[in-house]
Design a protein around this ligand. Structure first.
Ligand SMILES: Cc1ncc(COP(=O)(O)O)c(C=O)c1O
Length: 356
């Protein structure tokens, strides 16, 4: 018997449906483990952590260094952080939900878990589908966004799982014609280099989300942050637990940030490997693959996709089916990783298509 809210009766379970294999290319994680590359520095960090305290200097220092990293004149008071972007989404959805009929609007297909977490707080989710070339009508978006029950617009940029960037012109057009909060999810920012942080002054309804899970190689750390106006952060903070992010997490995030060159170097490598993989995959007439501004490539082998997915599993390679939305029927998503994994994937593709 469900003793909680009625709508939880029909809400799907929250679980990760991913196969664990030798080559993990399914969750857009990084191949680099900071525990290995920063072990001495982390040991030093841990010695100074006061685990017996709620309050720590680390929080102040991390906000300062994050503000520096984000740049564009952003101040510490414009940053809030938590256990991954997912956590921050949860707080944001809690902050905007007003009535049972309240909804957030996202383009589709996009990050699957917008719906998961909006559903958790009883916020409805509506979608405007991209068209065939992943474009959309700004007028249609604005009509749905500016309707009375819409409390939040979401733009994932670059978008997961398509990997494409939304044209600046379209985002600016939307921002010029609404006062509703607009979440621009920049989880893959470091791979695209595209940010709207510099527009927060002009459009204070922008809320940017960023993650340490991808380009900072720390998905298991669970650290993500939000950048917005000082005023938005004050209000958003009112729905967050006072010590929501552990001191150990913050200390590791700070150490990672202080050694960011290591990760930037790895990101550059991933971006060039992605180009190589894209060009290799494009050589096959059976493969449709899209340009991506992230650390993954989305592609299709048409009716053969599902067989290829299973073939990869048999070869110890885990990637992600992303065909739930009709626009991406039969599509798969592969994370660009280290040379070994990328080679294993390309070899499997070649063998599967018997092109060797
Ligand atoms: C677009 C997008 N937003 C948010 C997240 C969640 O990031 P985090 O690991 O920081 O919770 C992901 C993770 O894959 C994502 O792809």
């Amino acid at each position: 018997m469900n003793i909680f809210r009625n709508d939880l009766n029909t809400k799907p379970d929250i679980k990760v449906a991913v196969q664990v294999k030798k080559y993990m290319m399914s969750l857009n994680e990084s191949n680099l483990n900071p525990i290995n590359s920063l072990s001495d520095k982390l040991n030093e960090t841990f010695k100074n952590v006061q685990l017996n305290r709620y309050v720590s200097d680390v929080t102040v220092q991390l906000k300062r260094e994050l503000a520096d990293y984000v740049g564009h004149g952003v101040k510490e008071s414009q940053i809030l952080f938590g256990n991954g972007v997912d956590d921050m989404l949860y707080f944001l959805f809690t902050a905007v939900r007003t009535f049972k009929t309240s909804y957030a609007l996202s383009l589709a297909p996009s990050y699957f878990d917008y719906k998961t977490y909006s559903g958790s707080v009883g916020l409805e989710m509506e979608f405007l589908d991209f068209n065939q070339d992943f474009n959309f009508s700004v007028d249609d978006y604005l009509e749905r966004l500016n309707s009375q029950n819409c409390e939040l617009g979401i733009i994932c940029n670059p978008n997961n799982p398509t990997g494409h960037l939304i044209p600046d012109k379209k985002i600016i057009n939307i921002l010029q014609k609404t006062t509703k909060p607009i979440l621009i999810d920049e989880t893959y920012f470091e791979f695209s280099g595209k940010t709207f942080v510099d527009m927060i002054k002009e459009f204070p309804n922008i809320i940017i989300s960023r993650s340490f899970s991808k380009s900072f190689s720390a998905a298991g750390l669970r650290f993500g942050y939000i950048v917005s106006s000082e005023e938005n952060c004050i209000f958003l903070n009112r729905v967050m637990p006072v010590f929501n992010c552990g001191i150990l997490t913050q200390s590791i995030a700070l150490t990672i940030l202080q050694n960011k060159s290591l990760f930037i170097e790895n990101n550059n490598k991933i971006v060039s490997s992605k180009e190589e993989m894209y060009n290799e995959m494009k050589k096959y007439s059976e493969v449709t693959v899209y340009q991506s501004y992230t650390n993954f490539l989305t592609f299709s082998l048409g009716e053969m996709s599902s067989d290829f997915y299973n073939y990869l599993l048999d070869n110890d390679i885990s990637i992600r089916p992303v065909g739930a939305h009709p626009l991406l029927k039969n599509h798969l998503r592969v994370t660009v990783c280290d040379d070994d994994s990328n080679k294993a994937f390309l070899t499997a593709l070649s063998t599967f298509l018997r092109k060797e």
